[in-house]
Design a protein around this ligand. Structure first.
Ligand SMILES: Cc1cc2nc3c(=O)[nH]c(=O)nc-3n(C[C@H](O)[C@H](O)[C@H](O)COP(=O)(O)OP(=O)(O)OC[C@H]3O[C@@H](n4cnc5c(N)ncnc54)[C@H](O)[C@@H]3O)c2cc1C
Length: 304
């Protein structure tokens, strides 16, 4: 019987693990891949405090992992495939075994939706990005494309105009889905050019993005634009399938918590990108991981 099982080894899980292990609880963290999470996909993190010259995503999470392991956090490379959650009993089944625990912290993160076109995977991290807040400043005075038409795509296009010389906002329909206020702002921004009824076919380039191939879905015309960055902002999917039907989710599938990171099931907490919230970053994930661990500890002591 564990005190806490943490599911997911990204920044939120590693921080929850650090706090739990340092509090001398019997904690285990389960990660289906190598610990680190999404931030492993980025070369340079410039907006995590404490690193004035930036730090690679790999090094940042490697440091988080060593720090947690210094306090004897046990990390196991296993995928959680099923959960049994009730206030009285919590069972975690992985691809290898079944375990019982008194509390659970869900830090399964999120996955950026992909276009699934040629060049996307190859050039990810070399011009293809899923996060303008993270990577926008790398494209100073360059031309970029944003793919999408929802609130995030439009908001991030406006954000990108602070750095880039031009944003092609490429949308498959002739109307944006974003709220009117954002649409008006985007339309009034001279650096943003809306490219309607258009889908990307290929992202081209050798060592980095050089060109994007586009198709107008109405006329069938195929065109190319030369640019340095492609921001794919077509949505973020919560890795919450495990808890569907048990833990309360928002309309987009993200886990709803209170401000202690507690879910609707006593003893089940959530932190990081899998939570319903406004900003998905390392800095928010680690803060929530710490809070979730603290709350789990209080729950185990009977204070919550
Ligand atoms: C390309 C890119 C660049 C980014 N750049 C920045 C940046 O510069 N600055 C910044 O602050 N943020 C950046 N972010 C965002 C940042 O990576 C996330 O906000 C952060 O990683 C969230 O941490 P997390 O621990 O909540 O989730 P994640 O990092 O998503 O980690 C979740 C982990 O859970 C594991 N998992 C999921 N399901 C299971 C299961 N069933 N069993 C076992 N393990 C499971 C996953 O394998 C994963 O390792 C970037 C994101 C991307 C995609």
């Amino acid at each position: 019987m564990y005190d806490i099982i943490i599911i997911g080894g990204g920044p939120a899980g590693l921080t929850a693990g650090l706090y739990g292990a340092r509090a001398r609880l019997n904690v285990i963290m389960l990660e289906r891949l190598s610990p680190g999470g999404q931030i492993l996909n980025t070369d340079l993190v410039e907006n995590y405090p404490g690193f004035p010259d930036g730090i690679s995503g790999f090094e940042l999470v490697d440091r988080m992992r060593s720090q947690a392991e210094n306090f004897d956090l046990v990390i196991q490379n296993e995928e959680v495939v099923e959960l049994e959650l009730s206030p009285e009993k919590k069972v975690v089944a992985t691809n290898k075994k079944r375990m019982e625990t008194r509390a659970i912290i869900l830090t399964c993160g999120a996955t950026q939706k992909k276009l699934g076109i040629e060049g996307e995977t190859l050039l990810t991290g070399r011009g293809v990005s899923y996060c303008a807040t993270c990577d926008g400043p790398f494209y100073r005075d360059q031309e970029v494309a944003v793919i999408g038409g929802g609130d995030t795509a439009v908001e991030e296009s406006i954000f990108l105009t602070r750095f880039v010389s031009k944003v092609y906002l490429i949308h498959r329909r002739d109307k944006l889905r974003a709220i009117k206020l954002l649409q008006d702002r985007a339309m009034g921004e001279e650096k943003i050019e809306l490219v309607w009824d258009t889908i990307p076919l290929k992202i081209l380039g050798k060592d980095g993005v050089e060109e994007i191939e586009l198709k107008n879905v109405k006329s069938g015309e195929v065109t190319h634009k030369q640019l340095k960055g492609v921001f794919v902002l077509i949505g973020t999917q919560a890795n919450s399938d495990l808890v569907k039907g048990m833990v309360e989710l928002d309309k987009d599938g993200f886990i709803i918590t209170d401000n202690t990171m507690g879910t609707n099931i006593p003893g089940v907490f959530a932190a990081g990108d899998v939570r319903s919230k406004s900003l998905r970053q390392v800095s928010t994930a680690v803060g929530e991981g710490a809070a979730a661990s603290f709350s789990a500890e209080k729950y185990l002591e009977g204070f919550q």
